[in-house]
Design a protein around this ligand. Structure first.
Ligand SMILES: [Zn+2]
Length: 158
């Protein structure tokens, strides 16, 4: 994940405190399973219960992002989302697990507090959907992104 995307998530988490922020992550999936995040896009938190301990990404934001990614040539896709845990660690909650129904998405969670963001961690749903496992989150300077490949990769949207 490029540093600007991480900063975006940290700032969104800080601004939303004590409520949860949320948003989507676009990126590129490598055949070896590595996911390279290219951008983070903020959403309103549409959770109807309590936005201090739950989140719901605006479907319109998702729709707009999908269209933008298609227009950009289709290499990028929605690879995950982020949200914050105000006053709680950056690990998925029971509610998160109950809401996780897309096994391909990565979950980036920022632990936010009154003094800012303590940590940001990434998780993925196990193949059986029963639990989350933490995945390594590598921060790059963003310079490796956007190198024009020239050739069309074909459409491998999924
Ligand atoms: Zn959560």
């Amino acid at each position: 994940m490029p540093a600007p995307a991480l900063r975006h998530i940290e700032e969104a988490a800080r601004a939303a405190y004590p409520h949860e922020c949320c948003g989507l992550l676009a990126g590129i999936r490598a055949t070896d399973g590595t996911v390279t995040v290219t951008r983070a896009v903020a959403s309103r938190n549409l959770a109807e219960t309590d936005t201090r301990d739950s989140f719901e990404v605006d479907p319109q934001v998702r729709f707009d992002l999908m269209r933008a990614l298609e227009a950009a040539g289709g290499r990028e896709e929605i690879v995950g989302h982020y949200h914050s845990h105000p006053g709680h660690p950056a690990v998925p909650s029971a509610r998160d697990l109950a809401m996780a129904y897309e096994p391909d998405l990565i979950w980036v969670i920022a632990a936010s507090g009154p003094d800012g963001v303590a940590e940001v961690r990434a998780h993925a749903l196990d193949t059986d959907g029963a639990r989350f496992s933490e995945i390594p989150l590598q921060i790059t300077d963003g310079a490796t992104y956007g190198s024009p490949s020239g050739s069309q990769e074909g459409d491998n949207e999924r």
